[in-house]
Ligand binder design. Sequence first.
Ligand SMILES: Cc1ncc(COP(=O)(O)O)c(C=O)c1O
Length: 473
Amino acid sequence: MLLWMPIDRSLDMPLIRQVYSQIRSRILKGDLQYGEKLPSTRELSEWLKVSRNVVLEAYDQLLAEGFLVAERGSGTYVAEGTFLEQTRLTSPYQSHLLQADEKDKGDVINFRSGIPALDEFPRKTWSRLSQAVWQDVSSATLGYDMPEGRTELRLILSRYLMKTRGVECHPDQIVITSGATQALTLAAKLLLTQGDHVVIEDPITHDIQTIFTNAGAKLYPIPADEYGMQTALLPQHIQPQCVFLTPSHHFPLGGTLPIQRRIQLVNYVRETKGYLVEDDYDSEFRYEGPPVSSLQGLEPDRVLYIGSFSKILSPALRLGYLILPLQLIEQCRKVKWFSDLHTSSIDQLILARFIEQGYLEKHVAKMKKLYKSRREVLIQSLKELFGDRVTIIGFSTGLHLITEWNEVSFTDEKLAYIESCGVKVYPVEAHTLVKGRHTHRIIMGYGHLTDEQIREGVRRLGLALNEVRSVIK
Ligand SMILES: Cc1ncc(COP(=O)(O)O)c(C=O)c1O
């Protein structure tokens, strides 16, 4: 019997491992069955064009693990009891990942929000700094580190945030996290016990809702308008443990919270003895109006401030931070330690040098110019094609804007039809807690799209919207 199997010399996996795992998996699946004879090591090595030693070692391993038996003088056979029924041939995780990949394949122009221009990542500078860090770090740095993160990064970050965001903090108040997502998860663990109330903007990203409900919280939604959370509606009959909001740039509607509402929020948490959780995920990219200071700067004792490098650099870095009131520092360090010990020390050191040597400010300035121009292309294309059929809101900050269509209600069916026309847009309604208020609004992210893609995407959207009413009633 000849046994074919693909051998890929370009893979990192050693040849012995490749032969071993392919035979092992065929035995488990029952493709090679009890009693079947395997080719001799000489035959198989000639067939696969690998050295005989490779096959010998793979067979030895399979013999040692009991998958094969050797019969003196007669050959090597599949052992008894080695078949395992495969209950799930494809894991749901694989198919989920595949779907994510598929989305970006093909010719669909994807107005997904929150993706920076990844081809503009400062690769050369980053790799140069990375090399320098690897050359300079002591062996001790390669061991376990402190849960709050590297002092170098926390020091430089506290200065940078004071300067750019009006955040008042000592470096000890900072915990470096794996993105804003982990910062939020830590904040939820820190503040909440089962059944606590969290006041939250509606709409808000579904992931954020889930982080709080997973921590056992009951969500109390407050509708957001074009300025963000409508603080006049803050509940007086409950005592929420925290209020979560995105005051610099509400996600997804795009509003910036005015000072009057900020003061109302500070007074509210002072009275209820709760905390504000301020998610400042992308406000570096503010194109209109004066820069807004953080809520944290108004009441450092009652605000947990969250920031991220996902939008200003890349989500792949998984670097973010949580700034805490003094009384929560110790507890937060413990929670972080028991979550993942600490965030990669090396990546933190590279980032610290990146900020210290002025590259971050330069990069943000460059990207702001690029996004501003992409934003203008999008706004202009929408106005040219749709005139007053469309209202554009939430465009002063960030990497996305919202379009409002009085004549269209975006059902799943209609969105699927629009996608089949080669352009993907995202419904605000997917992020709502109370359903039905935002069906005529879609989110359009533009940070990662070129001018041509934006123009073509809008053109396709126009064609799709012209046809959709006759196709779907
Ligand atoms: C409002 C908001 N907060 C936080 C995040 C998470 O960012 P990170 O990649 O830093 O975890 C996102 C992601 O897009 C977001 O939209």
